[in-house]
Ligand binder design. Sequence first.
Ligand code: GAR
Length: 195
Amino acid sequence: MLTVAVLISGAGSNLRALLDEAADPDFPARVVVVGADREADGFAHAEEYSIPTMLVPWREFDTRDEWGAELGAQLDVWKPDLVVLSGLMRLLPPALVDAWSPRIINTHPAYLPEFPGAHGVRDALAAGVAQTGASVIIVDNGVDSGPILAQERIPVLPGDDEHTLHERIKPVERRLLIDVVRRIATGDLDLAAMA
Ligand code: GAR
């Protein structure tokens, strides 16, 4: 059974989908802890499933390195096989990425390498593209620049705003994330070979 830590900053709707899937005894992975850099609304999903949470508040640390060191120390307590960044809106310091990569993956609401960064949906709309997408990648020390594990195109529709487009992207992200976690757990996807 693959053990997974999920790190979030917000609503955690993709986390929720993974938790729902992992409730199926046939799913080969389990979420063992949910962490966040702030009091994230998504903690409620973990609590509903009686999964431990860990809060490492970004604002209480002077530097990214210090925050990352504490996050790393807390992850070490749980020793997950895989770390999933699912809407964690902070860049991790290199020491933490180096400690976990390639066993650390990220979901992103764009068709990488298009529109990396914190505003993937907004940037796609601003660029006026006809289609964007969703991606799951291995985290490296760049901004959404790691090896791509799965991705899918999603059309931008007339009248789309950031909210409507993001809400159409998220179900695709969830499907890709669940599929990637399943493939890692079963050994179909070898992260070390992809990195
Ligand atoms: C997701 O779309 C995720 O890909 C994105 O934040 C959203 C979180 O939604 N992450 C990034 O943009 C990271 N650069 P959720 O909290 O409802 O799962």
